[in-house]
Design a protein around this ligand. Structure first.
Ligand SMILES: Nc1ncnc2c1ncn2[C@@H]1O[C@H](COP(=O)(O)OP(=O)(O)OP(=O)(O)O)[C@@H](O)[C@H]1O
Ligand SMILES: [Mg+2]
Length: 277
């Protein structure tokens, strides 16, 4: 699917219009000075496409005035998903604990059932090491399950039909990062499976798509970045810093990267840099 061109400004000096194709895009620059979120707000409005964004930081005025929709979460309980959510809370790679996670998730129909199974396995464990790992899995699920209960079980995110220009925002500021990750995972999966020509704004890639560990948001973002373009589903992501972001997927996915600086943004809008593979 060919990318739609969006005007981002005018060339300094000549005044010639500058249009960029809508594609997987990353904007980076100093917090509150670069205007990354503001740049995306402008890009989305001019693209005239349905878009979905997430408000994740308290006090952030991002996407003010947009339509606020309920968070969307669809429960999964396969071991890959459980591994990624436990990895998100422990903030580390989870390969080591995989065996225990697979055992705790086996034949389960819900996360609540994984939690019960982890408790049973913990009680049945003879080695202290096994007990500790099942306890860790259970502790994390204890943390997220009550919060997940608060998310209404809608059949789909309340986004506009294809072609309808609209920016829908999920306000996740009341939830901790671990729950935000799960909502991002479900929503991006939904976009990947059902949407067409939809823009998805992933907040802070160093936090949600980290380099060194798995997270539910990372799994879904990589799938969407790799396979979404054929249906015109593009990711827009902001990053205050590249440090800690998953560079390989970002690099291959991003057709456009924007380096915003305070002076460039304030005086003449964000400057596009050449794509880096
Ligand atoms: N081109 C601009 N001219 C003037 N003010 C701007 C411009 N772009 C953004 N701003 C203002 O600068 C402030 C910060 O912008 P924004 O929230 O987009 O930054 P950010 O790079 O996304 O920051 P953060 O990393 O904290 O999310 C906002 O108050 C916004 O209204
Ligand atoms: Mg921002």
């Amino acid at each position: 699917m060919s990318s739609k061109l969006v005007r981002i400004g005018f060339e300094v000096g000549t005044g010639k219009p500058v249009d960029v194709p809508i594609s997987h895009t990353i904007a980076t620059g100093q917090t509150q000075m670069a205007g990354k979120t503001t740049a995306f707000e402008g890009l989305i409005a001019r693209a005239g496409l349905p878009a979905i964004a997430f408000r994740t930081k308290r006090g952030e005025g991002a996407f003010d005035g947009s339509r606020v929709i309920a968070p969307y979460f669809r429960e999964r309980c396969d071991w890959q998903f459980v591994e990624s959510i436990v990895g998100a809370v422990l903030r580390q790679g989870m390969r080591f604990e995989r065996t225990w996670i697979i055992k705790a998730s086996r034949n389960c129909d819900s996360l609540a059932e994984v939690r019960r199974r982890a408790r049973n396995l913990m009680n049945a464990s003879k080695r202290g090491f096994d007990r500790d790992l099942y306890m860790l899995i259970g502790e994390y699920l204890d943390l997220v399950l009550p919060m997940l209960e608060r998310i209404p079980r809608a059949p789909r995110p309340d986004v506009s039909a294809p072609g309808a220009p609209d920016l829908a925002v999920m306000d996740l500021t009341a939830f901790p990062l671990e729950v935000q990750m799960l909502v991002l995972h479900s929503t991006m999966n939904w976009v990947y499976e059902h949407a067409r020509s939809m823009l998805t704004v992933v907040p802070e890639s160093w936090e949600f798509v980290p380099q060194k560990r798995d997270s539910p948001a990372k799994i879904a973002a990589i799938a969407l970045a790799r396979k979404g373009a054929a249906l015109g589903n593009f990711l827009l992501s902001t990053a205050r810093t590249w440090r800690g972001s998953r560079r390989r997927s970002c690099g291959s996915a991003a057709s456009t990267s924007w380096a915003c600086s305070a002076s460039a943004t304030r005086s003449r809008g964000p400057s596009t840099t050449s794509p880096r593979g």
